[in-house]
Design a protein around this ligand. Structure first.
Ligand code: PEP
Ligand code: MN
Length: 264
C-alpha cells in the first residue's frame, strides 16, 4: 500500500485545510518537550508569527536513560492543544505505547512515532485505526525497506494518512549526533507516494547545522520539515537544547525557505 506502483499519485494529507504532500512545504516547529503552559504558548506564538503551520512538542518523551525527564504526560497534551487552538496551529506529539494512542489522538492533530519505536508493531497496528495522520520516523538503524514496511502496518490497518520522516541514522561519525540521510528524501519519494518530512534537528544534533540541512532537504524535494525551537534552549528540560534554534533563527530560516518553496 505504501508503494508508488500501487498508488502513482502523491498522497496529499488534508488536515483542517492544511495540505501536506504533493509539492507543498509544511513546517512543524516547537520544543523537544512541552515543559509548561506558558512555555508552549510562547513558542506557539513564535511558530505562528514565523509562518509555521504545525506546533511540535513531546508530552511523553522516549529518553535513553530511565532517570532523565520523561515528559509532563497528559497535562502536556492539554497544554499543547490549547496553545495550538489559540494560535491557529495544528499540533503534533509523540505517542510511545498503544495504550496512549486514544488520548493522544483526542488532543493532537498528528501523532508521531519516534525513531526508537519504528518497529513497535503493536503501536503501529493501533495507529492503523486511530483516525489521525501519523508521522513515522525512520529507525536510526533502519533501511528504507524496513521504514516502508513499518508504514505498511499503519496503512494496512486502514489509515491512509502516513508521513515518512528522515531523522538521521547512526554512522561512525561522532561530530554529529546522527547523519541526516538526504538521499532518503528522493529515494522514498520514488518508492512511495507518501509525503516525506525531514528532521534536521535530530538529524544533526547541532544548532548551526539546522539551517543548511533544512535548505538542503527542501532542495532535495522534502514535503516538510520538523524543527526544534526553544525560547531558552540552554535551560530546556531535555538535552535537545543544543540542537534547538533560537526564535529569531527559526524566523529567519522560514523567510529563506519561502524563497525555495511556498509554505502551505
Ligand atoms: C523528538 O522528536 O523529540 C524525538 C525524540 O525524535 P526521535 O524519535 O527522532 O529521536
Ligand atoms: Mn528532541
Amino acid at each position: 500500500l505504501a508503494s508508488r506502483d500501487f498508488h502513482p499519485d502523491d498522497t496529499v494529507i488534508d488536515i483542517k485545510g492544511t495540505r501536506i504532500g504533493g509539492g507543498n512545504l509544511v513546517v512543524m516547529g516547537g520544543p523537544c518537550a512541552v515543559e509548561s503552559a506558558q512555555q508552549i504558548d510562547e513558542i506557539a506564538q513564535l511558530v505562528k508569527a514565523a509562518g509555521g503551520q504545525v506546533l511540535r512538542g513531546g508530552a511523553f518523551k522516549p529518553r535513553t536513560g530511565p532517570y532523565s525527564f520523561q515528559g509532563v504526560g497528559v497535562e502536556g497534551l492539554i497544554m499543547m492543544a490549547e496553545a495550538g487552538q489559540k494560535h491557529g496551529l495544528l499540533t503534533i506529539t509523540e505517542v510511545m505505547t498503544p495504550e496512549y494512542v486514544d488520548i493522544c489522538a483526542e488532543y493532537a492533530d498528528i501523532l508521531q512515532v519516534g525513531t526508537r519505536n519504528m518497529q513497535n508493531f503493536d503501536l503501529l497496528r493501533k495507529l492503523g485505526t486511530c483516525g489521525k495522520p501519523v508521522l513515522l520516523k525512520r529507525g536510526f538503524s533502519a533501511t528504507y525497506d524496513e521504514l516502508l514496511n513499518a508504514a505498511e502496518y499503519i496503512l494496512a490497518g486502514g489509515n491512509p494518512n502516513v508521513m515518512l520522516c528522515e531523522r538521521g541514522i547512526r554512522t561512525f561519525e561522532t561530530y554529529t549526533r546522527n547523519t541526516l540521510d538526504l538521499s532518503a528524501i528522493p529515494v522514498l519519494q520514488g518508492l512511495s507516494h507518501l509525503p516525506v518530512i525531514s528532521d534536521p534537528s535530530h538529524g544533526t544534533g547541532r544548532r548551526e547545522l539546522v539551517e543548511p540541512m533544512s535548505k538542503a532537504s527542501v532542495a532535495a524535494g522534502a514535503d516538510g520539515l520538523i524543527i526544534e525551537m526553544h525560547t531558552d534552549p540552554d535551560n530546556s528540560m531535555t538535552g535537545d537544547g543544543v540542537q534547538s534554534l533560537f526564535p529569531d533563527q527559526f524566523a529567519a530560516l522560514l523567510k529563506d525557505l519561502e524563497q525555495l518553496a511556498p509554505l502551505v
